[in-house]
Design a protein around this ligand. Sequence first.
Ligand SMILES: [Zn+2]
Length: 368
Amino acid sequence: MQIKMIDSCVHIHNIAPTYVFRGINAWEKSFNAIAKLGNKPLILGRGKETIGLREQLSRNLQEKGLQTYLATLHFDCCEEDLQPIANSFLENGWNSVIAIGGGKVLDAGKLLAHRLRLPCVMIPSSAATCAGWTALSNLYSLSGAFKRDIVLDNCPDLLIFDYRFIIEAPSQTLSSGIADAMAKWYEASVSAGDSRDALIQQAVLQAKSLRDQLFLEGIEAINRPGSAAWIRVVESCGLVAGLIGGLGGARCRTVAAHAIHNGLTQLEVTRNTLHGEKVAFGILAQLWLEEKIGLNPLAGNARRDLISFFHHLKIPVNLDELGLGKVTITELRQVCCFAIQPNSDLHYLPFTVTEDDLLMSLTFTDYC
Ligand SMILES: [Zn+2]
């Protein structure tokens, strides 16, 4: 019997962490699984917001007989931060990495474990991204400008999604996570919407259902932390979005929304806004391009619906709200120049975009 070939490549997927512990007390339930991965874990974190949590979790593990060490990151996931810690591993005999924090801390922990070929445990302190799930790390410069993403050998060994930690995060991190998770649909439907591959088709369908669910329950989740809607929404942002990325694999790509995010990080003034806030603005700019340059009127409707939804979530919808009200044309061109590089995912848009088109999209995202 002959198989009708539509794609002769072999595709390799990193779909999910080996184990996911989720719920209230997920942390306590995970002790044995952590101990199995290594008896001398390095605990990685950053910022005063999580120092209390990191010290408490470190003490908990010490009580279970593990020898823990706390290390502090000072910047976004960057070589200058990672190299000194990597060098210390050999002399100290640490044998696993536990990262506690937001997306950039988790990215740093995954990347460190990947390079040292050590097991890795992810403990997100918010639902702002699905970084705890995926086999991908974003690398930044010392000053926080996006440089590139790095595909890792594996998804994390262990993801501990304890609601008690997530609920302590500022609500804006959840708004940001909602926007970042919604980007999965707006980008996957463009990069892989007509795919005939079974896994990719399912990933795109899930991305649509995730977007719909966040439209339905996102605002309730923000208003009622700890409710059933909140649990579904934080898990959608922190877990389901990652699952979609794993299922879709390398061919279910980001498109313009993340490319614009990457461009925006090149400006110092955007460093205070969250990843998902910049991605949200990128979604609106992408939809503007699809409507005005790709001549797709449905994209205009989608953009207007999102603007109203983002207003409720207090997500920036224009340059002014993004803190870029005083930005110069030269700086905006710098954003465009980065976002439109030849290897940028922006080029997965099904039409050609010029730098001037992109500049217009940044300026007119919230125009109806
Ligand atoms: Zn993202």
